[in-house]
Design a protein around this ligand. Structure first.
Ligand code: NAP
Length: 344
């Protein structure tokens, strides 16, 4: 009999790639979808799998809904990817962010205990847990220092996952994933914001790209690689927590330069701090400006991950280097803008 997986957050970036991976592996994939006025499932459509997913209406803040969903689906594996996942919004909506991102996880774990404690569980932890990082690079042993309501909610979620594993012997694992991107990344996230804006500028649909801190450095990988790591965690005899990362950090400014290169621009920088501007060397045109409105109230300067435990135990490693990832995203947005096909 085919194995059954329930994915919360299936409409998001990772949910879409994970659903495709599990379908390819022969799973019956149940996708938890929130009730919404419009339901176009653009990411699942873009991957051509919208009709292959079995939809389950699910709101993470509603325990009775979760319980019934698990009773109905009877999954072997649950991947909890649902969250209010945008750091900026978490400063504006800290309570909601905590309700979904922190207590939502306890609701899922309680429902698993009630319905079938043998269900294997994956929790989407994040490198934002390291925040004001205490060591370089960060591994599973690095102390956490979250710097946003999003990260604080994820800290609770991380520890409740560990706690349920240790208290009730659940097969519950947390993947501490460093940033991972793709053409399916939400347009509010900096990487996609950059590729989309530069593609629009190239096609005369936008004047300038406005960003916040171009000096922040992140460890960026490809989402398609990271969902493979999630699946491998749940195939282990023992549940555990793993860092998934590339081990290399790049600045936001460098990401912008690479995206510009992929789209036929060549960015040079002038000025410092808020007065920094990115100028196209070929045309002399200002392409990038800074607006402090995009700064975080508490900044996270540098994150870079040590994925040696995942490499050793899961045989996992990233396969896409940042320049290739940026080119993949820039080319996808260039095609979307050119064809007027901007569902995402
Ligand atoms: P995403 O694109 O923002 O997707 C978030 C998903 O959660 C969407 O499907 C969203 O549904 C769903 N959701 C939000 N609130 C919900 C609620 N109350 N009830 C049910 N579903 C809800 O995020 P992602 O990039 O795929 O990331 C997946 C997970 O990994 C998130 O938990 C994120 O915090 C975590 N993570 C991501 C990264 C990264 O770099 N991408 C790194 C580390 C950890 P709607 O479509 O209805 O809004």
């Amino acid at each position: 009999m085919a194995r059954r997986a329930l994915i919360t957050g299936v409409t998001g970036q990772d949910g879409a790639y994970l659903a495709r991976l599990l379908l390819d592996k022969g799973y019956e994939v149940y996708g938890a979808i929130r009730r919404a006025a419009s339901q176009t499932l653009p990411r699942l459509r873009e991957l051509g799998i919208a009709d292959a997913i079995r939809p389950v209406t699910l709101e993470l803040n509603e325990f009775s809904n979760l319980l019934r969903a698990l009773e109905q689906v009877r999954p072997d594996e649950v991947y909890n990817l649902a969250a209010q996942s945008f750091v900026h919004t978490s400063f504006e909506q800290p309570i909601y962010t905590g309700d979904v991102g922190a207590l939502g996880v306890t609701r899922v774990l309680e429902a698993i205990r009630a319905v079938n404690p043998a269900i294997r569980f994956y929790q989407a932890s994040t490198s934002e847990l390291f925040g004001k990082a205490q060591t370089m690079p960060q591994s599973e042993r690095t102390p956490f220092y979250p710097r946003s309501p999003y990260a604080v909610a994820k800290l609770y979620a991380h520890w409740i996952t560990v706690n349920y594993r240790e208290s009730y012997d659940l097969h519950a694992s947390a993947g501490i994933l460093f940033n991972h991107e793709s053409p399916l990344r939400g347009p509010e996230f900096i990487t996609r914001k950059v590729t989309l804006a530069l593609a629009r500028i190239r096609h005369g649909q936008q004047d300038v790209l406005e960003v916040g801190n171009v000096e922040a450095q992140r460890d960026w990988g490809f989402a398609g690689d990271y969902v493979e790591g999630m699946w491998r965690m749940l195939q282990q005899p023992q549940a555990a927590d793993y860092v998934l990362a590339t081990g290399r950090a790049y600045s936001v400014g460098r990401f912008i330069e690479l995206a510009a290169d992929a789209l036929g621009f060549s960015i040079g920088w002038e000025g410092t701090g808020k007065a920094t501007r990115g100028i196209d060397r070929r045309s002399g045109r200002v392409l990038v400006t800074i607006n402090p409105i995009h700064y975080r109230p508490a900044e996270v300067d540098l994150l870079v991950g040590d994925f040696s435990k995942a490499k050793e135990r899961l045989g996992w490693q990233p396969t896409v280097a940042l320049p290739d990832l940026v080119a993949m995203m820039a080319e996808a947005d260039d095609r979307r803008v050119r064809d007027g096909r901007l569902m995402l």
